[in-house]
Design a protein around this ligand. Sequence first.
Ligand code: NCD
Length: 304
Amino acid sequence: MNRIARGSLLGIEHMEAAEIVGLLKLARRMNPFKPRPLLRGKRVLLLFYEASTRTRSSFEIAAKSMGAMTTLVLSSGSSIEKGESLLDTAYTLRAVGADLIVVRHPNAGAPLLMAKHLDIPVVNAGDGMHEHPTQALLDAYTISRHKKSFKGLQVVIVGDIYHSRVARSAIHLLSKFGARITLCGPPEFLPELATSLAPGLHITRSVEEAARKADVIIVLRVQKERLAGMKIKLQDYIARYQMTMTRLKLAKRDALLMHPGPIIRGLELTWEVADCPQSVIVEEVRNGVPVRMAILAKALGRAR
Ligand code: NCD
C-alpha cells in the first residue's frame, strides 16, 4: 500500500483525540482579522467536484489571510469535463506547483486515493457520503464556545443521516469525547445499521423523544441530490421531522440549534427556528475560518 501524504486530513474516524484537541486549541489562537502570514509563499489548490459555498469560501479566505496563494479548480470548465481522471488531475495540480490540495468529491475515498499518490497534503472537504472532517471540527469548536465539556453532552442529530458525511464525521468526533448521541429520522434516512458507526449510539424515530433534554440539536438538510430511487414523501417528512419551535422547546433551555448549511427553510426546519436565539448556524459558518486556518497551517507544518 502506498503511504499517505504527510499532513493530510482525510477523516475524523482514525484521528487521535489529542490531535483533535490540538487543532481546536490552534484554531482558538487564529484571528481571521489579524492573521499571521504563516502560509506566505505556499500554494493552496481548491479542487471542487461538487457544489459548495461555505466550505470553499472559508478555505479560500483562511488560506489567503495567512498569505498563501489560492487557485480554484471546479469540475465544470476544467479538463475533468473532458474525462481526465482524478489522479491525472491531481498530478497536474502538483505539477503546476500545488503545496496542498483541498478536495471535495462525490465519491467516498477520493481524497484518500489522492493522498496515497501525492507527496503533498490532501485535505478532505467532503467525500460522497463518507466524511466531512473540517465541518466536524468547526462544529466541535462551536460547541466548545458554549458548553463546558463534550463528556455527557446530549447531542441529537436529526434528518437525512444516511446521506450525510457531516453526521458521520460528527458522530466519530463527539463519541471520541464521551458525548451521548441520539440519531433521529425515518428508516429511509436512518437505517438501524447506523448504530454500528460508534459504540453507544441511540436511535429513535420520534423527534419529540429525541429533542427532550437535548443540549445540542444538529439538524441536517435532506440531500435531494442523493435521493435517487428513494420513496420518501417530503410532506410526510416535514410533518414528522421538521424542527419547529414547539419541538425545539422540548430541549434544554440553553440548547444549541446547529445546521451545517445550506439550510432549506420550510423543509428540515422552520424560518423561526433558523433565526431563533438558540440558533448558532451563522456562528458555525464564521468559525469555519479560524478552524480551517488551523487545519491548513498544521497540514503545511507552519503551525505556531
Ligand atoms: C454539507 C456538505 O456538503 O456535506 N455542507 C457543508 O459543507 N456545510 C451539508 C449539506 O450539503 O447538506
